[in-house]
Design a protein around this ligand. Sequence first.
Ligand code: NAG
Ligand code: NAG
Ligand code: NAG
Ligand code: NAG
Length: 621
Amino acid sequence: MRATTAVAFFLGALQATAIPTGLTSVDDYIEAESAIALEQLLCNIGADGCNAAGAAAGYVIASPSTADPDYFFTWTRDSALVFKTLTEYFASHDYDPALQKKIEEYIISQAKLQAVSNPSGGLLDGSGLGEAKFHADATQFTGAWGRPQHDGPPLRAIAGMSYAKWLIANGYPATAQEIVWPVVRNDLAYTAQYWNETGFDLWEEVKGASFFTTIAQYRALVEGSEVAAALKTTCKACDEIAPQILCFLQSYWNEDGYIVSNIETNVDRTGKDGNSILGSIHSYDPRLGCDAHTFQPCSDKALANHKAVVDTFREWPINAAAPAGTAVGVGRYIEDIYYEGNPWYLITLASAEQLYDALNVWEAQGSLTVTPTSLPFFTDLVEGVKVQEYKAGTADYEAITSAVGTYADGFVNVVSTYMQSNGSLAEQFDKATGKPLSARDLTWSYASFLTAAAARNNVRSPDFGWLAKKPKVPCHCKATTANGAYVEATKTTFPPSQTPGGDETITSSIPEPTSTVCLSRVTFNVLIETVWGDSIVVVGDIEELGNGDISQAKPLSADNYTAENPLWSFKVAVPAGASFKYHFVKVKEDGTIIEEAGPEREYEASDECNSTGETGGAWQN
Ligand SMILES: *[C@@H]1O[C@H](CO)[C@@H](O)[C@H](O)[C@H]1NC(C)=O
Ligand SMILES: *[C@@H]1O[C@H](CO)[C@@H](O)[C@H](O)[C@H]1NC(C)=O
Ligand SMILES: *[C@@H]1O[C@H](CO)[C@@H](O)[C@H](O)[C@H]1NC(C)=O
Ligand SMILES: *[C@@H]1O[C@H](CO)[C@@H](O)[C@H](O)[C@H]1NC(C)=O
């Protein structure tokens, strides 16, 4: 693998010394499995991926599994993480036109997907960007689901910006400005507008505020300001809102010394969750050193949290013999009941990746510092560690970093022990038997392998990272948001043959779009007694209600349903003044459809901008 010069620039001292010697079997495994991971990952991307028949070009399926569980869908989050990985891989290896074509197809696929009206809403007010998953052919998924999920848009912006940065660095800034930025811009606007509303976490279970989501939002907006400037435009909402998200991010840390992954919610859990480890590695920037406000992998808070999360899983049968400071299979959270709760490959790999990232920074800065917060993490690994700075070159420093390297490699060994023997990585492995479980060939598992391997080998692209300077946390947190302007990205063809060394220049700066849409938010309510398994949808003759096509009808929520008040409701933004006909439909668990009796209901939304309205009533028998 090729280490790049710019990385050497700030990680000068490092290069291949971070990992203790004598671990050739891990080296061999990393090399062999990396090739399999890349190949299998590409198999899960349409249109020509070997396991993705039926997926449109650029769309990533979560897994080829179509039953028990059915993951043959495209998730905004998973796809963004996969393309963040692929773009970083592309930018840190020899130029590969086939990979570039995939990246271009992804950007184009997302430009189209942003405009698909869905149960979370549409592009009019950005609300539809919070939809978590779509069918693999890029049509909306209308079943019940955890909505909205606020991490998809910032992660997609980050993935898009990583390609924009490659284009800028390789002589194609105009392409980045004209084709990539209009897609990124919508996701940044969404992030600045909706960050302070509750949404579902990355595991799609808890409605609240999620560490993984918040840190992705912060990173996206900071990077957004920088990339905007490089493209001769602005992202004023990024500049204004990012510090407030950083402020809020601090509130996930608790006095017991770990990150509480889900807050603003009332679930009965400790909050120790792989969510936090993933949040840390996906916001890694070696230039930030061990900054704790951004929970950098080597920060004392992130290391203390690593211990807190990993230790919760030591009680599982396959981990039972492993004392603190030795690697185990790591799951989502100990209270997990999905498949009865098991280790996940991608979280076990993330647990390794955080430590590799830490080693890389310590080597680059020539020291590591143990604080009272991180002391318990280090004590597990090396007896007698004290709260102090350890300088590179000393025996103590070598002993500590060598132990951290061994610990990190241990997680990779766990994955190699419990993967399918031919190298396939599913979603989970059984906590008692170690057998692969749940969805097979999970795309995100492969992406995690590739990023862990890149961290271990310290192979990073010249543009790796997102924030050069340590950020300042505002003294008082404010719940400021910014209403965005959303414009469909319509330029969806990349110029051919954009090999490194282009000579494009940006001829003019572009103004930010300003909002011209005038919309009204309508709540649809219907009172109907239902039984478990029933769902209620609404269909009407406007785009927001599926254009009269019952297969595109929008699902109502039963969040406020009670026996006394059997209320189902759905909120959506429509153009102010829109007038339309609609009716409700009951869908039984077996798929039987019962339409409301006529006549069609009619509604005319207020023509005042930002107005709200309500319509519906008792079910018409
Ligand atoms: C919104 O921001 C305020 C200020 O940081 C914070 O107190 C509140 O918990 C936030 N809520 C959500 C859901 O982000
Ligand atoms: C491993 O074998 C399974 C069948 O058991 C197959 O579906 C999968 O594609 C194989 N994986 C690789 C990497 O060859
Ligand atoms: C349920 O009621 C609460 C409180 O009135 C409201 O904020 C929320 O939006 C309602 N949920 C739905 C899905 O309508
Ligand atoms: C009304 O909506 C527009 C467009 O979204 C926005 O710019 C404006 O700030 C809103 N006004 C109020 C009073 O919320």
